[in-house]
Design a protein. Sequence first.
Length: 471
Amino acid sequence: MKKSELAFTVVLVPLDFLLVFLAAITAYSVRFGWLAALRPVAFDLPWNRFLLLAAGAGLLFVMFMALSGLYAVRGPRRLTMEISRIFFASSASILTFIVIVFFRRELFSSRFIILAAWIVAFIYLSLGRVLIRLLQRLLVRFGVGVRRVIVIGGDERVTKTLTAAFAKNPAFGFQMIKTIAGFDDEAEKELAGLAATGALDEVIVTNPDLSREDLSRILGFCESRQLAFKYSADLLATHSHNMELSTVAGLPIVEIKGTRLDGWGRVLKRIFDVIGSLLLIILTSPIMLLAALAVAIDSRGPVFFSRLDDGSPVTRVGEHGRPFRYFKFRSMRPNTHNLRYTELADRDTRKEGPLVKIKDDPRVTRVGTFIRKYSIDELPELFLVFTGKMSLVGPRPHLPEEVAKYKDHHRRVFTVKPGITGLAQISGRADLNFDEEVRLDTYYIENWSPWLDLAILIKTPLAVLSRKGAY
């Protein structure tokens, strides 16, 4: 554990308490300040009593933030994930505060103060976390808190990916010292020397085919020298956290579950989809109306892409491999859909996979170019989310003719409903090759949580505005 990581984590606890306390004071000041001129105060809330309530609320917020994992000791993290957890922890804290007041049979004098304190606390906590992480990442650039890493393994793809990621993103806080193919006596001696001088912090194994003996030897080496041990697991190993142990005929049986979205997770996600899609339909309705008018004026043909060249309905493959009716705003000239497989086949940028992606597509209209660039053409998918055919977050829906070329491990994406956005969409979109997209979708399926969904949704507008991989 790096001392800098522990120091930042320790600082977060009193800082969060102070920020919540200040948020409560801000809400109180607004209600008894300029808002009092608009709506006179008709209740009595002594300052001394309010300060005690604010301190209690601060402790409650810190407790829920701890339960949300926001004080786990680790290096720089994704701010989107932290902010989403802050939102849920803040909401849980304020609801608990209201319940406590209710069961004590007290009537809190101002609903405005409670609502304002919740909103302001979320803003203050988010800004505080942003400033702390920016400071942490700034110090990393100067070498403070950097984790020096040795990579062991023969998986060249993973090793290259890690090397490139560490070099491109110094804010991650990792410095690649070197890579070695295996862990023989010579390598162990070299690493022991680095560890003895404090020049090594952790070891990452990227070869999933290493024998149990080699892995045990590396793990023992790391434990004896207080080095962090990490590994890049293969696809089957990623199932390990979704295991369920039961007993059949007196024998322990382990079931590898397909996704965390079984049971109540599915119910929670569906509720989130219904509420979220309804709100987004209302918010984006002016944009959809303008897009529909622009498509109709720009070129002849229907506003929506809902039928193929032969007049049959457009379909996509959804959950469990079942097809469903699909539509979005038309971005191409009518009767040109099948050209991707004939005249335009040589322009396919994804020749190595089943998906067809054409850059600078001549079939796309002027308006189509714009609405594709900013994903406006996909806004009607919100209605498919509301009706239960799709989800706000999940793997993208693919064409039946593309799905027919899938290999068995590609079909894992049918475990959940297809989504409007997902990990692939915020990680490069069309710039990713098909296998990279499937790996990201598989990670999402295996690691689903409400926090992950919210983080992806928060990051989606930034990915859209960056226009990376949009064509």
